[in-house]
Design a protein around this ligand. Structure first.
Ligand SMILES: CC(=O)SCCNC(=O)CCNC(=O)[C@H](O)C(C)(C)COP(=O)(O)OP(=O)(O)OC[C@H]1O[C@@H](n2cnc3c(N)ncnc32)[C@H](O)[C@@H]1OP(=O)(O)O
Length: 403
């Protein structure tokens, strides 16, 4: 495909090469080599033609993606390349191997016409230079079970049924698919997500339970969890591994169930939506304690005008000058309003890099905050006000899917 002086980048197709790519990833992440059984489970996540390998005398770098769809403000979806499996052999880092991979992958995605790419970053310094920006964020919280009493006005919720993980994995894909997505930034989980997603959910010594909530129309939410009893001084901690629902009533119903699980002192909810207000559930809002916050999904707008057109936009008109050194055809000035996105030659009110555009794309950050921080150059102060209103969303953006 592409060559550097001492590297070649290729699409990996053979079974041995794909397995080597998975082992290289595990090595890079300091995980032990995969057993034959692990590999058999994860193999299905490798979508044909989407895994790159860099070689010198051996495989020294890899990256792959699988097809997904991103839920946009307004509810429409766009195809998203979900990028994952990125690693460079530890004795070959910092000599441009990832750069080569990212350039090859993004050029390929642009040729395929994929409008956006997304990833979950292992570190914060890696992906900005390739045009990725933090598009969604999350907060983590714990609930003190003994203090958490449901408010009397809380919806009652429905019945909860319990399953072990292997049984649940047979139909959980359909439950997740049929839930109404509540947050911009959520993604579809197709057949290439579940093999690795299932392994990820089961990665604990403790039994994993799946609680499925049934509302009037059938399954409308579920919580995958494990209970950790390793610290007897604190009592057991129920840890949510995957938690999705299509309505507030399902949210409340699942919480009612979780509060009833015996021996549990605390319930830990990690990487949840910033506006998932568990505080609203309980008579004492301080039963909920925020324990952290962080970046969730990073996005790369591969086709800037296509991506901008696809999302619902608020009131206002602004001319944005976008700078994209890696995918040059994105660079230029765009008039953006509720009804129009078009390339123009008129002066721009705001100038920003493509990674910063990804940060405002799902409403995850306010343009005015980014302007204040120097991430957006302001030629016309009125353009900041317009951009705030154009890109605002009703709910905080959240992805909630690990890959
Ligand atoms: C989506 C996912 O899969 S996330 C998982 C990512 N993988 C991992 O974290 C596994 C462990 N890490 C690695 O395998 C490698 O260090 C990688 C893939 C992160 C980086 O690969 P490299 O080949 O070293 O990157 P490359 O040499 O192209 O670096 C390009 C630039 O980014 C910088 N950079 C790369 N990785 C990092 C990092 N982790 N921290 C800080 N800077 C970094 C380099 O210093 C370089 O900067 P420069 O151009 O100013 O010199």
């Amino acid at each position: 495909m592409a060559t550097m002086s001492d590297h070649t980048v290729q699409v990996l197709r053979g079974e041995d090469d794909l397995r080597a790519a998975y082992d290289l990833l595990r090595h890079g992440l300091h995980a032990p080599p995969a057993s034959a059984e692990d590999w058999q489970r994860v193999r299905g996540a490798y979508q044909e033609g989407n895994t790159l390998g860099v070689f010198d005398d051996t495989l020294i770098g890899t990256a792959r993606f699988f097809d997904s769809e991103l839920v946009l403000p307004g509810g429409d979806r766009v195809p998203m390349a979900a990028v994952t499996g990125v690693a460079v052999r530890p004795n070959r880092t910092r000599r441009g191997v990832l750069t080569e991979l990212m350039h090859t992958q993004l050029t390929d995605l642009a040729e395929r016409g994929v409008p956006v790419a997304g990833l979950v970053a292992s570190e914060g310094l890696i992906y900005g230079r390739f045009g990725y920006g933090i598009a969604t964020t999350s907060r983590s919280y714990t609930v003190d079970r003994r203090r958490a009493v449901p408010r009397p006005d809380l919806p009652l919720g429905g019945e909860v049924e319990l399953f072990d993980l292997d049984t649940a994995l047979e139909w959980l894909p359909a439950v997740y698919r049929d839930l109404a997505p509540r947050w911009p930034g959520m993604m579809t989980r197709g057949r290439y997500w579940w093999p690795a997603g299932g392994v990820f959910m089961g990665r604990t010594e403790n039994p994993v339970t799946v609680a499925v909530h049934h509302g009037p129309g059938g399954a409308d939410g579920y919580a995958v969890y494990q209970v950790d009893r390793s610290d007897p001084r604190h009592g057991a901690v129920l840890k949510l591994i995957d938690f999705h629902y299509g309505s507030f009533s399902a949210f409340a119903g699942i919480w009612r169930y979780l509060l009833g699980v015996d021996l549990v002192a605390e319930i830990e909810a990690s990487a949840r939506p910033r506006d998932e207000y568990a505080e609203l559930l309980f008579t004492d809002p301080r039963a909920v304690r925020a324990t952290g916050a962080g970046d969730d999904i990073w996005l790369r707008l591969v086709d800037v005008p296509g991506a901008l057109r696809a999302r619902e936009r608020g009131q206002g008109t602004v001319v944005l000058e976008v700078v994209d050194p890696l995918l040059e055809s994105n660079s230029g000035r765009y008039l953006v309003s509720a009804g129009e996105v078009s390339k123009v030659t008129t002066p721009a009110g705001l100038r920003l890099n493509v990674d910063t555009l990804a940060m405002i794309y799902l409403g995850g950050w306010r343009p005015s905050a980014l302007a204040e921080a120097g991430r957006i150059e302001v030629a016309d102060p009125a353009a900041v006000v317009a951009a705030d209103s154009l890109f605002a969303t009703r709910r905080a953006a959240w992805c909630g899917t690990f890959f």
